[in-house]
Design a protein around this ligand. Structure first.
Ligand code: FAD
Length: 563
């Protein structure tokens, strides 16, 4: 068996190594266009700040070690130019000498990844001060440019994971960073209400964040936005997203799928039964959307590579599709998301509800406890879990990983409510945030109360809605909604007569629990039009802050309180 692999990083190297473990006798050759195989793409941004200390630390495996440990030949700086399927061979160019050679294969694996988008329509996009971040060469080049005298102002274009990580790492070394995003928000896996916390975190840490305005042109010392606004920039990092590298496959007559990725079956075989493909270049099955999707993430690429190698050697693999789980750090905040968000649920026409809880991530009296914002989406009326997002200074990824596992198992709110998780005060709360979110979701699903999202509170305040703040007086005095009436939960029963019955009444507290208690108490007293503001005062402050600052608009709170 002669196995040839195109692309020597996440998918390609994983496939080659797994094939070797399954077959000691196969001849395995990897062709990689760049000078390195098996480097950590995901750690590239951290080299900018020095969190990854050296260029070498980014490289997990050299061709020499690959050969000695696995007897896999990795030819770096070799670009595969053509696949001749009829003769089962590929044409390869040695980029150092310019020589071309043909290499035959029994099985071919394509893991060419995805290339950063660089729209030719943007004037100046190919200037020497414009960079992308895909590999070690890119990041070394960028870092070296930034170390030149006078390179202080950097525009990072694109608020996806790579753009955000690059912006943070540049800020950490004192650069003046502007992060530009054409959409109204950064980080598409998060909903607009959730992501405001991250917008705030970027502002608080000195990143100038501009959303809702795309780049129009790159100039010598600035970028011009579509609005006409000019942003000073000595260097520009383009992180607009990626496009799958499908040229080789397409020219060889392999089928592409509806999303533009290489079409593969459930075993990652392309339309040619001698050619597999995995990773960023392929089209996958999204198990929640029940349709094809692309997903540029390292974990899925490695899993696909292993599954493809297993299939080649007759080991069955149950392809469950993908749900899309990701996480990112934004300065002091950890953010993670899995499955569908509200926008996607709407696009897919899936009826959904959501629970939004702000709760301590561990027992509040212990050092290090902090608030976790957790949003959990579920299907109406089945209660099937659809997705979740968590943001906080604590372990957001732990909660999202738990929910991702439940979604993969097809769980419902009832299952998540009953999920037995480990607990000690330093790690979580007896009823973990994910259990709490499930309980809130069940209350909503079963119609035990109604909720209003934080995104509607400005309208409520401006239209003079009757809002009751059920926090204690000292909390209220430290900052409250402009027109909220303060009736603390501790006085609610004696002062219920002050609350009107002939109009909707909106309740909120600091985070989530007390307004729920107040809501059900008032409902028990015969009030029929009580609505709980999900997220409460903290959620409202987090939601409003960024837009208040950048739009310089009138606040709806007397003072923010982020504690
Ligand atoms: P790659 O790992 O990109 O490998 C493809 C290789 O194929 C490339 O090195 C390319 O040079 C080579 N190649 C292409 N065409 C040819 C050819 N014709 N001949 C020879 N060689 C060729 N994912 C996460 O899950 N979490 C993260 O935190 C995360 N962070 C990231 C940060 C950055 C800066 C980047 C760039 C990516 C990040 N990713 C992250 C995404 C993740 O790295 C990719 O999803 C994953 O590497 C995809 O694997 P792949 O094998 O498809 O492509």
């Amino acid at each position: 068996m002669k196995i040839v692999v195109v692309g020597g990083v996440a998918g390609g190297a994983s496939f080659a190594a797994r094939a070797r473990r399954l077959d000691e006798n196969a001849e395995i050759i990897v062709f990689e266009r760049g000078p390195h195989i098996s480097f950590s793409n995901c750690a590239l941004p951290f080299y900018l700040s020095g969190m990854v200390a050296s260029e070498n630390a980014l490289i997990m495996m050299t061709p020499e070690r690959f050969y000695h440990q696995f007897r896999i030949t990795a030819r770096t700086e070799h670009e595969v130019l053509e696949i001749c399927r009829a003769e089962k061979r590929i044409r390869v160019k040695d980029l150092k000498t310019g020589e071309e050679l043909w290499e035959s294969y029994d099985t071919l694996m394509l893991s060419p990844g995805a290339a950063p988008l660089l729209p030719a329509s943007i004037p100046g996009i190919h200037s020497e001060n414009v960079f992308t971040v895909r590999n070690v060469v890119d990041i070394v080049r960028l870092k070296s440019y930034l170390s030149r005298d006078g390179i202080e102002k950097v525009a990072v274009v694109g608020g996806g994971f790579i753009g955000v990580e690059v912006a943070e790492n540049l800020r950490l070394i004192g650069k003046q960073v502007t992060l530009l995003e054409a959409a109204p928000q950064i980080l598409a896996p998060f909903d607009y209400d959730m992501v405001q916390t991250l917008h705030k975190e970027l502002l608080d840490n000195g990143v100038s964040l501009i959303v809702g305005d795309g780049i129009a042109s790159v100039n010598a010392a600035s970028v011009t936005l579509r609005s006409g606004r000019e942003i000073p920039a000595d260097a520009v990092v383009m992180a607009l997203g990626v496009r799958p590298e499908t040229r080789l496959a397409e020219e060889a007559g392999l089928e592409l799928g509806e999303t533009g990725g290489i079409l593969v079956d459930h075993n990652y075989l392309t339309s040619d039964k001698h050619i597999y493909a995995v990773g960023d270049a392929v089209e996958l099955y999204h198990r929640l959307k029940r349709k094809k999707a692309r997903l540029a993430l390292a974990g899925p690429a490695q899993r696909q590579a292993r599954a493809a190698a297993d299939h080649l050697y007759g080991i069955p693999h149950n392809n469950k599709g993908v749900i899309g789980s990701s996480c990112v750090r934004v300065f002091g905040m950890n953010a993670a998301a899995t499955g569908l968000n509200e926008r996607e649920a709407k696009e897919e026409g899936i009826p959904y509800g959501y629970a939004y809880v702000l709760t301590n991530d561990r027992v509040g009296i212990l050092p290090g406890a902090s608030v976790l914002c957790l949003k959990l989406l579920f299907e109406y009326p089945t209660g099937r879990l659809l997705g979740a997002q968590a943001i906080g200074r604590g372990e957001a990824d732990k909660r999202i990983n738990t929910i991702a596992a439940m979604i993969t198992m097809g769980a419902t709110l009832e299952d998540l409510k009953e999920l037995e998780l480990c607990y000690a005060p330093l790690y979580s709360t007896a009823k973990d945030a994910v259990n709490q979110a499930a309980l809130v979701g069940l209350n909503l699903l079963y119609g035990r109360y109604r909720q209003e999202p934080v995104s509607e509170v400005r309208n409520l305040v401006e239209s003079g809605a009757y809002i009751v703040d059920v926090r204690e007086a000292r909390e209220y005095e430290a900052g409250h909604l402009r027109n909220a009436v303060n009736i603390p939960l501790s006085q609610l029963r004696s002062r219920a007569g002050e609350i009107p019955k002939d109009r909707p009444v909106y309740l909120h507290c600091r985070s989530s629990q007390r307004s729920y208690f107040a809501t059900v108490a008032l409902q028990g007293m015969g009030f029929e039009n009580i609505i709980n503001i999900s997220g409460s005062f903290l959620g409202i402050c987090l939601f409003e802050y960024y837009n208040d600052i950048v739009q310089n608009r009138e606040k709806i709170v007397t003072a923010y309180n982020f504690r």
